[in-house]
Design a protein around this ligand. Sequence first.
Ligand code: SF4
Length: 349
Amino acid sequence: MKEELLSLTPQELTETMRALGEGAFRGRQVFSWLHKGASFEEMSNLPKALREALAGRYDAQPVSILDTVTSKLDGTVKLLYRLRDGHVVEGVLMRYHYGNTLCVSTQVGCRMGCAFCASTLEGCARSLTAGEMIGQIVCANALLASRGEQERVGNVVLMGSGEPLDNYDNVVRFLRLLREEDGLRIGMRSVSLSTCGLVPQMRRFAGEGLPVTLSLSLHAPNDAIRRRLMPVAKAYAMDEVLAACREYIDKTGRRAIVEYALVRGVNALPEHARELASRLRGMRVHVNLIPLNSVPERALMGVSEAEVAAFLGELRARNISATRRREMGDDIEGACGQLRRRYLQENRE
Ligand code: SF4
């Protein structure tokens, strides 16, 4: 397989161009084209010989769109992407009044094993490169352009398949590429990174100078319940996870989000809400309640609207900022990872 260039920084591309006998300015030119989704052929301000030399050695775009499903209700688009080695990953383009938000995958599958998540059912095949993460945004931008839309992707949430901090170096590289002047120019304040609570990586990430919103998948008010839903809880106690979250908030000055999927018969009772409120007291967090999309393979059940309202009421009564997550694209495919799973099942010999 040819090398991909989309993972490289402008400085690294400049070195690559120098090695090909080109002037340093070519690095920024190529960087800018790549992040616009161009093929080498389309790089019109490059000499033909250079375009041919690049095409002979490298792949310009490591990701392509395999399929899309658009919601008739709210315009949400589910995307299925193909990577160069044939793996597929999923993404979601959400249309809000303030702009377009893309949910990006960081791994093919996931090895974290959360009980409510379809992305982990077949484990993790491999981690994505930074270029493959950028490539998902480049593809979504091309889709928007092809539909005659003026606005491009302005916000990114790392909440697709994969645990971002389990692919640490590539994710950090991706975030640095994201804000490049000649690239997508998406600032860190427009990015959210979701983690299931890998404590050492959370601590390290707090020192990177990349102040994204940290979205902590907590999903339980105590260790016993958390261990039932999330194997990672056997490695890190909730106290340690919350301490790492506090450290992140203190270092970055950003409020964190606590994700909490309500699962009937497991973590959704008013007493669980009261216990959660006591654990989060004094933290600058907002709780995002997620009525569970049922995962048939795991026999997990969601809750009623009345149960969501009761849980929310208990948190708010204790001055914990909390909302119920708005469902997007209800008419297309429910839980994350299910479009990809269906594709894999249909295309299996
Ligand atoms: S919820 Fe996130 S961390 Fe957990 S298995 Fe799914 S993708 Fe992995």
